[in-house]
Design a protein around this ligand. Structure first.
Ligand code: CP
Ligand code: NVA
Length: 321
């Protein structure tokens, strides 16, 4: 029996990072690079309009169905997609690999061909980005990345929406990433390119984002070791857990290696006085972020979480109508 889950090898990672997802008639959203900067901005502005709409229930996706294949746990992504489909007049199907033939070894190619003849859009949360790409290659309908080991582009739509709402366009600003150079950080690298901002990443040695991504964004992305160097003058400071899903066995060593990379109030005081702090959640207070930063009265992380719903509604409309 072939398990749906396959751990990424170096070759798979190298392949996965070659994006964007071109040469397909169907538009997918596997990384932020699948849409143009103008399209991404249109989605952000539509998300803001939907958020303030007097009619949160629309019919733009009436009779359309979203299939959701989730191999990893999720609260925000799952709920926001399901609610988004309901509010747009459509329906969603949650498909756990444990309950479908995917979990019993039916190939990704066959699953993509079959599902995409029945539903109108598919979202997948899995480990290897290359599997998402393979699925998309055989899908007749748009495929959306709900998180892979390499990227989390839907989260970046919500993060960008949150910044745009509070501070206007992010172009030209400095953004600091403090912590693990994993999927969220790598999506911030793509965001720096698409939304035209400077990104300074503070991470310990050995936890850098993929070198290929760094090589092609050298003009706007840099790595430092001292978090203070990253946050100085930053308009936005972002972080994520130190041990992501799939890193559970490395948790102890990661806690040691990341000590000194916690986002504290003191660290935030070196950023611009109006700097926003964002975290995709779930958070570990006392690890990557101090409780008084996350729970500050003006904390934006709850808006950020809510914006997953609005941003994904705008994305679904963009891909499906
Ligand atoms: N931020 C995020 O993707 O959260 P979930 O894992 O709860 O979906
Ligand atoms: N980096 C985290 C993000 C969770 C939303 C993970 O992959 O577990």
């Amino acid at each position: 029996m072939t398990a749906f889950r396959l751990r990424p090898g170096a070759a798979d990672r190298a392949h996965a990072l070659r994006e964007p997802c071109t040469n397909m008639a169907t538009r997918h959203f596997l990384t932020l690079l699948d849409l143009s900067p103008a399209e991404l901005r249109d989605i952000i502005h539509r998300a803001i309009a939907l958020k303030h709409s007097k009619m949160p229930r629309e019919e733009t996706l009436k009779n359309k169905t979203l299939a959701m294949i989730f191999e990893k746990s999720s609260t925000r992504t799952r709920v926001s997609f399901e609610v988004a489909m309901t509010q747009l007049g459509g329906a969603s199907l949650f498909l756990s690999p444990a309950d479908t033939q995917l979990g019993r070894g039916e190939s990704i190619e066959d699953s993509a061909k079959v599902l995409s003849r029945m539903v109108d859009v598919i979202t997948i949360r899995t480990y290897q980005h290359a599997k998402l790409e393979l699925f998309a290659k055989h899908s007749r309908v748009p495929v959306i990345n709900s998180l892979t080991d390499d990227f989390h582009p839907c989260q970046l739509l919500a993060d960008m929406q949150t910044f745009f709402e509070r501070r206007g366009d992010i172009a030209g600003h400095k953004v600091a990433w403090v912590g693990d150079g994993h999927n969220m950080c790598q999506s911030y690298i793509n965001a720096a390119k698409q939304f035209d901002f400077e990104l300074v990443i503070a991470c310990p040695e050995g936890f850098e984002p993929d070198q290929y991504l760094l090589d092609r964004t050298r003009d706007r992305v840099s790595i430092v070791r001292d978090p203070l160097d990253a946050v100085r003058g930053a308009s936005l400071v972002a972080t994520d857990v130190w041990a992501s899903m799939g890193h559970e066995e490395e948790r102890k060593i990661r806690l040691e290696r990341f000590s000194g990379y916690q986002v504290t109030r003191e660290l935030m005081s070196s950023a611009r006085s109006d700097a926003l702090f964002l975290h995709c959640l779930p958070a570990h207070r006392g690890e990557e972020v101090a409780a008084d930063v996350l729970d500050a009265p003006d904390s934006m992380v709850w808006d950020e979480a809510e914006n997953r719903l609005h941003a994904q509604k705008a994305l679904l409309e963009f891909l499906c109508t």
